[in-house]
Write a protein that binds this ligand. Structure first.
Ligand code: PLP
Length: 262
């Protein structure tokens, strides 16, 4: 039976090969191990095998694990990849290094408000100048790094800003651009790119158009909002991460291939 360390190595090799196929180096693609439903003990094994980025889809479950990690937390980076309800935004903001699942203007506004409130009380407490937070490697400042989750496939079950057919439908793109404009104006958030989930349960190759459309959307946003970096593309899971990398993914979210079935 293969160990977690073996499986991480195997995934890393596939990532490296796909990165080279897309004209990039393996270091340009970050592996997030999706540890949802798996216990802390399993996460510790993955850490011992060299994995440093972890993804969870529920705030409460992640909080229990992250708190129990204790000081090891400092050497790990945590990604929220699942749907975030507004009433959990305050906790999520304090817990995660990167929130992939910002899927509405309203959620962005709620997150922004929580970061500002926390910063205000922190400043009142210490009355010293900001220092950069070591817990936020995606951001050199107290700003909260986020990705905008987009649904380019139009699949009903997918969360995300509705961008189905955006390349042909100017009104679809216009609605998103209007929301992006307002999100970029929020002072406490730092938009780092896009996240998408390909339609489930089909041939991996059929995910390619979803990834390609997401990358094209990234280029469109770079053109319209050049002051924002738009560097990250979070796309690809166990069944389709190699295709996602070929299409430009910078972050892949891999669960089963590392941790086994859920
Ligand atoms: C569960 C999940 C993953 C990981 O899926 P696997 O198929 O186990 O690799 C990736 N992204 C999101 C958003 C998820 O919910």
């Amino acid at each position: 039976m293969s160990t977690i360390a073996d499986r991480i190595t195997a995934v890393q090799e596939h990532i490296a090969a796909a990165a080279r196929r897309s004209g990039r180096t393996p270091e340009q693609v970050r592996l997030v191990g999706v540890s949802k439903t798996h216990p802390l003990e399993t996460i510790r094994q993955a850490i011992a095998a060299g994995l440093t980025h972890f993804g969870e889809n529920r705030v409460q479950e992640a909080e229990a694990k992250i708190v129990a990690l204790g000081r090891e937390r400092e050497h790990t980076t945590w990604h929220l990849i699942g749907h975030l309800q507004s009433n959990k935004a305050a906790r999520a903001e304090g817990l995660f290094d990167l929130i992939h699942s910002v899927n509405s203007l309203k959620l962005a506004q709620v997150l922004d408000r929580h970061v500002l409130e926390k910063e205000k009380s922190r400043k009142a407490e210490e009355e010293s100048s900001f220092s950069s937070s070591p817990l936020r490697p995606f951001s050199p400042s107290p700003l909260l790094p986020i990705l905008l989750q987009v649904n380019v496939s139009g699949e009903q079950s997918k969360e995300g800003f509705d961008l189905a057919g955006w390349e042909r439908e100017p009104t679809v793109l216009d609605a998103f651009v209007a929301a992006v404009e307002q999100i970029l104006a929020l002072p406490a958030l730092r938009v780092r790119g896009l996240m998408t989930i390909a339609p489930w349960g089909q041939e991996p190759e059929l995910a390619r158009p979803t990834f390609r459309a997401t990358r094209a959307l990234q280029s469109e946003l770079e053109r319209r909002f050049p002051q924002t970096e738009w560097a990250e593309l979070s796309m690809g899971m166990t069944d389709d991460f190699e295709i996602a990398i070929e299409e430009g993914a910078t972050i892949v979210r891999v669960g089963r291939a590392i941790f086994g079935a859920r």
